[in-house]
Design a protein around this ligand. Structure first.
Ligand SMILES: [Zn+2]
Length: 434
């Protein structure tokens, strides 16, 4: 039986939801106009005032915000309330430039935790569950967000944070954890580590996992479900819009329901900014309509995905977003061809390899070199050079078929590629392009 955290909202009729969104958008735009000079200036430049925004039908009139705007206004140029009203910050890792700092009032935290409670409930979580949170606790939003949601649901919550895999497994077994939350790559690693310790999938107490914060494929889902003996649910979010819980998966597992009472999603053409019709692939844009501290209007996520209003068997009426194909930030341009690491992952798993791999890019004589290091599965390990070469060429052909270009594949011994406990580092780009 499908469980809901807030059935009234999650199963609301389209008309009622639009009405709620219209009211909240008008209020949010006025709040931003009055309190965020940075965005007000953007609106003025576009010749838009709050009077022009009467409903969600007018959303397209508002200017976009991009990651560059967030960096320009670092640290608090987009703050919507006095600092004394804020109770917390979170921040992005800043791996691709300046950090983004997001501010939260207590109401913002409550709203965020409520979104996470919906995700946990959709994954079957109740107050009887033991929630094992192996997301990092700290500036990263993962740990605290899911933790707060689990507390609302009433789960016994284990704030494990990331790292120390032996302790993770010991607590998981001794305290009988039933739901695991972490990055999908760490979930896969935990599955491997448990197997090594001789713990079979049916020996642990886990029934579900909620995984997010990095792109993962359907193949990786199946792999995790098998190795841990669980049902694996996807969760989506980004620091700029609270954190995890902006969208979450239900029992149907065909996309994530967006918490539309708090966030309006649009898909745009990343080149022209034009809003695209439902069902078209493009860049995901989010507008917060229920935030105080860090309200972002039309924030361009760089995530490439598709929205769908197709009726869902779970009974929720919230619009669904497909699993993002990858952030356009993650997209690699190799010899002029667009490559997403997730495409490589799909091929590896389909061919029976582990999803632990490393891509190395370099530039030699003005040509990109493209090397992919892949671990041989332990049960197929061989040191016969001819055998290895044969497998490498098979894998090269399979990758070429999907990517359109040929990588140089290197098969390495099992367990030689460094494991990650947080977000996986898959790409080492040594090209000096500037
Ligand atoms: Zn559903």
């Amino acid at each position: 039986m499908e469980r809901y955290w807030n059935k009234e909202i999650e199963c609301m009729s389209r008309e009622d939801m639009k009405k709620l969104q219209d009211e909240r958008l008008v209020k949010q735009v006025k709040h931003v106009w009055d309190n965020v000079p940075y965005y007000r200036k953007k609106m003025e430049e576009k010749g838009v005032t709050p009077d022009d925004i009467k409903s969600t039908d007018d959303l397209h009139k508002l200017p976009f915000l991009s990651k560059a705007d967030l960096r320009d206004s670092y640290p608090d140029g987009l703050l919507g309330v006095p600092l004394s009203e804020c109770v917390r910050i979170h921040s992005t890792s800043g791996t691709t430039g300046r950090r983004v700092v997001a501010y939260y009032t207590q109401k913002d935290i409550d709203m965020w935790e409520d979104c996470c409670a919906r995700a946990i409930t959709a994954a079957g979580g109740t107050k009887e569950d033991v929630m094992h949170v192996s997301y990092g606790y700290g500036l990263f939003t993962g740990g605290f967000g899911v933790h707060g949601g689990a507390a609302k649901v009433g789960c016994l919550t284990l704030p494990m944070s990331s790292g120390n895999t032996d302790r993770q497994i010991q607590f998981m077994m001794d305290l009988k954890s039933t739901i695991l939350c972490c990055t999908p790559s760490y979930a896969a690693y935990l599955g491997e580590a448990m197997k090594e310790k001789g713990i079979k999938p049916e020996d642990n107490y886990l029934k579900a996992g909620i995984f997010g914060a990095e792109p993962w494929t359907e193949e990786m889902r199946q792999e995790i479900e098998k190795s841990l003996g669980i049902k694996a649910y996807d969760i989506y979010g980004l620091t700029e819009s609270s954190g995890p819980g902006v969208a979450f998966e239900c029992s149907e597992q065909t996309g994530m329901h967006i918490n539309e009472d708090n966030f309006i999603a649009e898909i745009i053409d990343p080149d022209t900014g034009e809003v695209l019709p439902e069902g078209t692939k493009g860049e995901l844009v989010f507008t917060s309509i229920n935030k105080e501290g860090f309200p972002l209007l039309r924030y361009r996520t760089r995530d490439i995905c598709v929205l769908s209003r197709k009726k869902c068997s779970c009974g929720r009426t919230l619009i669904k977003m497909a699993k993002p194909m990858g952030r356009s930030d993650d997209m690699l341009i190799i010899r002029g061809v667009n490559v997403f690491p997730s495409q490589i992952e799909t091929v590896l798993i389909a061919q029976g390899y582990s999803p632990n791999y490393r891509i190395e890019l370099d530039r030699v004589n003005n040509t990109d070199t493209f090397d992919v290091y892949v671990e041989m599965p332990a049960d197929q390990f061989t040191d016969v050079v001819k055998e290895i070469q044969k497998k490498e060429s098979e894998l090269t052909n399979a990758l070429k078929l999907i990517l359109g270009i040929s990588p140089k594949v290197h098969l390495v011994s099992p367990k030689t590629i460094e494991r990650s406990e947080g977000k996986a580092v898959r790409v080492v780009d040594k090209r000096k392009l500037h």
